[in-house]
Structures are given as structure tokens and as C-alpha cells.
Design a protein around this ligand. Structure first.
Ligand code: GUN
Length: 282
């Protein structure tokens, strides 16, 4: 069994990005800029946004966080997005999800200029991904593909099972795997016999937010296991959706939590923002 080390790869990518930022600053006088919208006081969202800001600082990006109260109006957020769409110092716009109930999330995601949509959530970019065209790809599934590439794992012809069908993780993950010629099974809360499907998987990717959802008896011997879940256990520790201790004994490769997919998400956000900045400045 080999660990897929997302922390190490993420550090390597961030070092490469720092060098590119210096070169960009030297040649154009500008650095990539990321704007984040954070609504309310959800501790997990605040923690994610904090990590994104820290990562931006570390590689030399400009970043700004628009913190808004939980009872903010739709119109106020829309105005902020329109302002960021127009701001020439901003290359990437990220609306931290989930948003409070009174907010129409889809309308906001559609308002982000597609060329600044570094989260890849605008329907324009979603359509490009589904069609196999270039565009911004959501950071978590993109990070998974980059991690597989680093370990020279080619999913062509594999049975891939994606557990979780969210717009942020499961659906784009399935599109990327399909584009890479895997046979893809997408499971979700209404799936009738999950175990029957996970047992078929050469590569199993799970992101639903349920501690220990995937147990040893649900996994084929030698399978590749990608744990996209991040949960807080009763003892306060961060854990994924996979029973790591037991499942790792059967896996050929497995991602740990923390230190697997999580750091790759942030690295891909930086990469998407850098790419946007390079396009703007060229
Ligand atoms: N909430 C959970 N994951 C994500 C993500 O990748 N991007 C944004 N914007 N919000 C999230």
C-alpha cells in the first residue's frame, strides 16, 4: 500500500507557483489577485477561507476577503460580485459555499465572470468540462487528477466509483474521470446497494461527509482509494469518509485525511488563479 501524499505535492506546486508569480511581477508589475466572498460565521467555511488566504500570501498573490453578515441581501452580494468582475486587480472570484437560505446561490454563481471563475462553478465552465473543452475546473476534483498523475496512475479503462454527486465534487469528478476514459459509476444517497457498486471499483472516490462510510468489506483488494471527505470526529480529530486503518490494508494506494486531497484543493485554486492572471496579462 502506498500513501498518496497531497501535502508534499501541494508544497511542490506552491513552490513552482511562487517562481511564476515573481516572473510575472518582474515582467508586468502585477501579481495574481483572488477575491473571496464569505457570508456568515460558519466555522468550517471561515477555516477554509483562512487557509486560502494564507496560501495566497505564501505564494505572493494579492487577496481580499469580503466578509458579510449572515442576513445580507442578495442584491448586496450581487453588487460586490459585479464590482469584482470589473476590478482589473482581481483575476479570480470565489464565493465560499454554502450560503444562507435567503440567498439564491445559482444566480450568484452565474453572475461571476466566467474568465474569473477560478472555482469552475459557472455553468459556462461546467459545460466546457462536460464537453471536454478547456476551462476552469473545480479545484477539489482537479487536485485529485493531479495527484493521480503525480503517482503515474492512469484511470483509462478502470472501473471508477464516485460516491457523492455534488456540484462541487462528485459531478465534476465524474466528468474528469470520464474524460480520462474511465468507466464511471456515480452513487448517492438514493443508491440502492452501495456496497455492490463500491466492490466493483478499481478506483473508489468518496466525498459525502460521513465518517467511516467506506469499510473494509466494501472495497476490492488492490483498489485505489481517494478520500475526499473532511469530518470532525468526536475526539476533535479531522477524519475522512473512509475507515483508513482497515481499508488501507486492502488498498494499493490511498489518500490520508488530513494530508491527502485537502491540500491539493488549495494548490489548484492558486493554479487556476495564476492561469487566469497569465491570460489577463498576456
Ligand atoms: N465549500 C466547500 N468546498 C468549496 C469549494 O471548493 N469552493 C467553494 N467556493 N466553496 C466550497
Amino acid at each position: 500500500m502506498q500513501i498518496l501524499d497531497g501535502s508534499a505535492l501541494s508544497s511542490k506546486i506552491k513552490d513552482e507557483i511562487s517562481i511564476d508569480v515573481k516572473a510575472l511581477r518582474d515582467s508586468t508589475g502585477n501579481v495574481p489577485g483572488l477575491a473571496v466572498v464569505l457570508v456568515g460565521h460558519d466555522p468550517a467555511s471561515a477555516a477554509y477561507v483562512g487557509m486560502k488566504k494564507k496560501a495566497c500570501d505564501a505564494v505572493g498573490f494579492y487577496s481580499v476577503t469580503h466578509e458579510m453578515p449572515k442576513d445580507i441581501s442578495q442584491e448586496a452580494i450581487e453588487k460586490t460580485i459585479e464590482m469584482m468582475n470589473e476590478n482589473p486587480n482581481i483575476d479570480g472570484i470565489l464565493i465560499q459555499l454554502p450560503l444562507p437560505e435567503q440567498i439564491n446561490t445559482n444566480r450568484l454563481l452565474e453572475l461571476v465572470a466566467p474568465h474569473k471563475d477560478v472555482d469552475g462553478f459557472h455553468p459556462y465552465n461546467v459545460g466546457r468540462l462536460t464537453t471536454g473543452l478547456e476551462g476552469f475546473v473545480p479545484c477539489t476534483p482537479l487536485g485529485v487528477m493531479r495527484l493521480l498523475e503525480e503517482y503515474k496512475i492512469d484511470v483509462q479503462g478502470m472501473n471508477a466509483c464516485v460516491v457523492g454527486a455534488s456540484n462541487i465534487v462528485g459531478k465534476p469528478m465524474a466528468s474528469l474521470l470520464l474524460n480520462a476514459n474511465a468507466t464511471v459509476d456515480i452513487c448517492h444517497i438514493y443508491t440502492k446497494d452501495l456496497k455492490k457498486r463500491t466492490l466493483e471499483a478499481d478506483i473508489l472516490l468518496v466525498g459525502v461527509g460521513v465518517i467511516n462510510l467506506i469499510k473494509e468489506d466494501m472495497v476490492k483488494e488492490g483498489a485505489i482509494i481517494i478520500d475526499i471527505g473532511i469530518n470532525r470526529a468526536e475526539n476533535g480529530k479531522l477524519v475522512g469518509d473512509v475507515d483508513f486503518e482497515n481499508v488501507s490494508k486492502k488498498a494499493s494506494y490511498i489518500t490520508p485525511v488530513p494530508g491527502g486531497v485537502g491540500p491539493m484543493t488549495i494548490a489548484m485554486l492558486l493554479k487556476n488563479t495564476l492561469q487566469s492572471a497569465k491570460l489577463r496579462k498576456s
